[in-house]
Design a binder for this molecule. Sequence first.
Ligand SMILES: Cc1cc2nc3c(=O)[nH]c(=O)nc-3n(C[C@H](O)[C@H](O)[C@H](O)COP(=O)(O)O)c2cc1C
Length: 248
Amino acid sequence: MNEIIKSLNDRKSVRVFEDKEISAIDKEAIINAAIQAPSAGNQTMYTIIDVTDQELLTNLSKSCDNQPFIAKAKLALIFCADYQKWIDTFSIVENNPRKPGVGELLLGCNDALIAAQNAVVAAESLGIGSCYIGDIMEKYEYHKEVLNLPRYVFPVTMIVFGYPTEQQAKRKKPKRFDKQYVVHENTYKRMDDKTLEKMFVDRANLTPEVPFEFNTWVHAFYNRKYDSDFSKEMTRSIKAYIKDFDDE
Ligand SMILES: Cc1cc2nc3c(=O)[nH]c(=O)nc-3n(C[C@H](O)[C@H](O)[C@H](O)COP(=O)(O)O)c2cc1C
């Protein structure tokens, strides 16, 4: 197995960081790797906000569903879908450019996330751990204000970085679903109840020390994640953004 594939296989989230700074050279390498990612039509429909203000980061750790470890990150980058720079460019030359639509928004989200994953992979290669923070999509109105976001810019994800503590480095990586459930040949195959249950049981069997009972597990997960306040806030926040984005 080559080193890149091994690194991709081994990578897991890191949420507790050593008190060790990331050097300017390594930070530069991480950001450059992000910028080297492909983007649709080479448009770079994203902007990276490098959060260097500790007070802002502490506030973000609260607004992003109260996750205190965010405030202890040694590097925090917010990847924003950005069509503002394109519509501003078009406006210089075109008389009445059409308004960006949800197509541009989703394409910008693709660009932002692909660049983000490049940053994660680059950091990993330097021994620097990372964790995605999806909650940056919550509290749209607040994030718009504190990050000074114009209409066609939306924070898709934040990534926090730092060197893993020994405990984090040793933490077992959560198992993934087996490939048979993830890859469908040619057309989508909707899974029946039995297959769905087996998908979870198979994954749980990879870590047999953790007791698993399908109904109990799904019920707890439903309550903890899907039906949680933060999930509902995410939907509210994104809806509010799209309304502003789309307003005439
Ligand atoms: C889009 C996205 C958003 C995430 N948001 C959070 C988050 O807000 N807080 C957190 O602790 N982990 C977050 N994670 C990390 C996932 O929980 C983690 O990747 C997953 O449980 C698999 O674990 P692993 O990365 O250690 O393999 C996020 C991951 C992704 C891809």
